[in-house]
Ligand binder design. Structure first.
Ligand code: PLP
Length: 411
């Protein structure tokens, strides 16, 4: 007899973005002449770089000829792309611990972040920093690790709260707290927080000491410009023994609609199962991918490879610069209004609460009604986000400038 995965019924409706959309629609109905500036958007506004379009066209031509046609590719991704990643994102940045067999090309960070749970038993205890990108918690709940929900907390999950007193970086789990798989995301969505080398070293040390695995979501690493902030967890000594790193081309090269990223599962990971045997997560992930995934399209992987050309690197630098200019302008504008502001320095997200405090949805409504600006209520990222709002640097320069002028002129 068919029974459903009961965990689906435990999961609350994905309410945040639909409610944001509903409130904007409602506002527009009652204020038909008003233009609302979408500063809540998590999508990019710049089109694909020219070198990517050229690479895609060329690969499409190849696919149209029998001599150069590509059918199923390797599930792990084409070696040409994995080698470029190792060379440019790791070796050239002084990281020699990662090689092409450790890299798995994906259709973006989100699916891998959710699917990595396939590697773990149902009884492991995930630990998640809050506020957080919702995928870490929701995917674990769907896999049966949530337990029961009470007061915004799942009993099966360890929460690592981050707040303004500590610049939205969390403390290590208290002694005696179980944290088998720890999700860290830096630069952080939604708070824009980053970890220094010293802080990240502490996390790696904790994982080593406690036999924990870190899943390091560095989807926004390209936005880091401060020299003392690590872009990869593998900049930390021996991190390859305790960490998986997940990355994306989405926000650096306009790949949100193209879909490509990669996950590093090092062969040198040293984690033991409860029976004392060494877990070969690299081999397990390969098995998982060959069973459930047939790889990313050739055209898409060629497009991603073009980003490692001189033209590609320049295009990434330009788009990161474009969005960071927006984020910095939002940051300085909000500071001018007297708001308490985080992020917008090494991240495209600005996280703030205005002088006049309130709960996130009241603040959202106020910003919409007073300035015709939409935001993302912080409470949607977990209970620590209550009273905060997130704005992004991903809108166009012109609309960001207009939003800033509305904020300053109280328009
Ligand atoms: N990780 C974080 C922190 C994100 O904010 C996002 C997207 O917004 C992703 C991962 C997913 O990115 P992708 O488009 O590669 O699936």
């Amino acid at each position: 007899m068919f029974t459903a995965n009961q965990n689906f019924s435990k999961l609350p409706e994905s309410y945040l973005f639909s409610e944001v959309g509903r409130r904007i629609k409602e506002y527009k109905k009652t204020h038909p002449g008003d233009d609302v500036i979408r500063m809540d958007i998590g999508d990019v506004s710049l089109p694909l770089p020219a070198c990517v379009v050229k690479a895609m066209k060329h690969a499409a031509e190849e696919m149209g000829k029998s001599a150069s046609f590509h059918g199923y590719g390797p599930e792990q991704g084409y070696l040409f792309l994995r080698e470029l990643i190792v060379e440019n994102d790791y070796k050239n940045r002084g990281i020699s611990s990662i090689d092409a067999d450790d890299v798995f090309i994906s259709d973006g960070a989100k699916s891998d972040l959710a699917n990595l749970g396939d590697l773990f038993g149902v009884n492991i205890r995930p630990a998640v920093v809050t506020p957080a990108y919702p995928v870490y918690i929701d995917s674990n709940v769907l896999s049966g690790r949530g337990g029961t929900m009470s007061d915004g907390r799942w009993s099966g999950i360890t929460y690592l709260p981050a707040n303004s007193a500590s610049d939205f970086t969390p403390a290590l789990p208290a002694p005696g707290t179980r944290a088998d798989v720890i999700y860290l995301c830096y630069p952080n969505n939604p708070t824009g927080a980053v970890l220094t080398k010293e802080q990240l070293t502490e996390w790696v040390g904790y994982a080593k000491q406690n036999g924990s695995l870190i899943i390091y979501d560095s989807a926004y690493e390209a936005y880091i410009s401060s020299p003392d902030i690590p872009r990869s967890i593998y900049e930390i000594e021996e991190a390859e023994e305790v960490a998986i790193e997940v990355r994306s081309f989405s926000k650096t090269a306009g790949f949100t609609g193209v879909r490509c990223g990669y996950t590093v599962v090092p062969k040198s990971l040293k984690l033991t199962f409860v029976d004392g045997t060494l877990a070969n997560l690299n081999k397990m992930w390969l098995r998982r991918q060959t069973t459930k995934f047939n790889g990313v399209g050739y055209i898409v992987q060629k497009a991603a490879a073009s980003l490692y050309s001189e033209e590609g690197r320049k295009a990434i630098a330009e788009s990161v610069g474009y969005y960071m200019r927006n984020a910095k302008k939002l940051r300085s504008t909000l500071l001018e209004t007297g708001a308490e502001v985080f992020g917008g320095t090494d991240a495209p997200y600005v996280w703030f609460r205005p002088l006049e405090r309130g709960d996130s949805w009241t603040l959202f409504d106020h910003l919409l009604e007073q300035h015709r600006i939409s935001s993302t209520p912080g409470v949607g990222f977990g209970r620590e986000g209550e009273g905060w709002l997130r704005l992004t640097g991903f809108n166009t320069r012109e609309l960001t400038d207009e939003a800033c002028s509305r904020l300053i002129n109280n328009d």
